[in-house]
Design a protein around this ligand. Structure first.
Ligand code: PSU
Ligand code: MN
Length: 305
């Protein structure tokens, strides 16, 4: 396999220890320097503090790597020219000997290949606003459907068309569970008004995951947790911010690969950094939660099919 897996991760997987995959797009394209590096390191620490092993994924000098070291992560944070790699960009960057950051889509696919069953992110991609014209739907959704990964996140990114994103998840047969919430979290807010199946405790989650694995329908799972309450925005605040961000971004950057980074950057600017702080904290919290749940509720990979 053209994937280089760090020895620590291979050993952890062999011994049935919990491993949590982490993406690098939020490092290279999602957060500004130096918050991006600090957040990536805190994510990895949050996983380790729950006695699990972090598996940061990305392409470095043409090699697809699972388990990047601290100095390597610093390159993703600092250097220019790291491509945003969804599935189809991966082989191109590898063939060119280049550098690439993985999106949720690429991360869950690679995780599935190497037998990692959990991943943490901020917000997943989904159906974009203006989809009627652009047809822009993130590859994250279809990749999660094909994967065998539980994606712990704060729902889908608030810049998206969230009702349509929920419909698409339903169409794809991807289970969406609300971790201790009955409302789908919306990245920077807990208030989207969209209903989601709640799971209140670890025992229920463990039984749910076992049943899902036994049924063998073969899809990943979205486990959505609320953003930290002390920093989260109200539904009204976030709606205003998204509208302002969309108005401030040139038409050409409202869809396509540039859309997500451009809109997140606009929201950061307009909120004077508040969304950056929130983004950082929710990512770190999700990493810790994924690690804890992987340890307590994870089931043997063989059972996952
Ligand atoms: N969540 C964040 N910041 C990000 C992303 C998610 O908090 O930068 C990234 C993820 O890598 C996700 C990608 O897979 O945005 C989705 O991009 P697109 O909408 O172009 O598919
Ligand atoms: Mn897109």
């Amino acid at each position: 396999m053209p994937i280089e897996v760090a020895a620590e991760i291979t050993i952890a997987l062999q011994n049935g220890r919990p491993v949590v995959a982490l993406e690098t797009t939020l490092v290279s394209h999602g957060l500004p320097w130096p918050h991006n590096l600090e957040t990536a390191l805190r994510m990895a620490d949050a996983v380790r503090s729950e006695d699990a092993v972090p598996a940061v994924i990305g392409v470095l000098d043409g090699t697809l790597r699972v388990g990047l070291t601290q100095p390597e992560l610093a390159r993703f944070a600092k250097e220019q020219g790291f491509a945003k790699c969804s599935l189809r960009e991966l082989p191109l960057v590898m063939a060119n000997g280049g550098n690439g950051a993985t999106t949720v889509a690429a991360t869950v696919e690679v995780a599935t290949r190497v037998g990692i069953g959990w991943m943490a992110s901020g917000g997943i991609g989904g159906v974009h606003q203006g989809v009627e014209q652009s047809d822009d739907v993130s590859a994250d959704l279809d990749a999660i459907r094909r994967s065998r990964v539980v994606v712990v996140c704060s729902g889908a990114k608030i810049i998206l068309n969230l009702p349509r994103t929920m419909e698409r998840l339903e169409t794809l047969g991807i289970p969406v569970l609300g971790w201790q919430t009955e409302q789908m979290p919306g990245f920077y807010t807990a208030e989207t008004g969209l209903p989601v199946a709640p799971v209140w405790d670890e025992g229920t989650l463990q039984r749910w995951l076992s049943a899902w694995a036994e049924l063998g329908f073969g899809s990943g799972v979205v486990l959505a947790a609320q953003p930290p309450a002390n920093l989260a925005l109200s539904g009204a605040e976030v709606a205003r911010l998204v509208a302002e961000a969309r108005a401030s971004v040139p038409e050409a950057e409202r869809s396509g690969k540039a859309a997500t980074p451009a809109l997140l950057a606009a929201m950061a600017r307009l909120s004077e950094g508040r969304t950056v702080e929130l983004n950082r904290e929710l990512i770190v919290a999700n990493a810790g939660l994924a690690a804890r749940l992987a340890r307590r509720c994870g089931i043997a990979r063989s059972a996952r099919g």
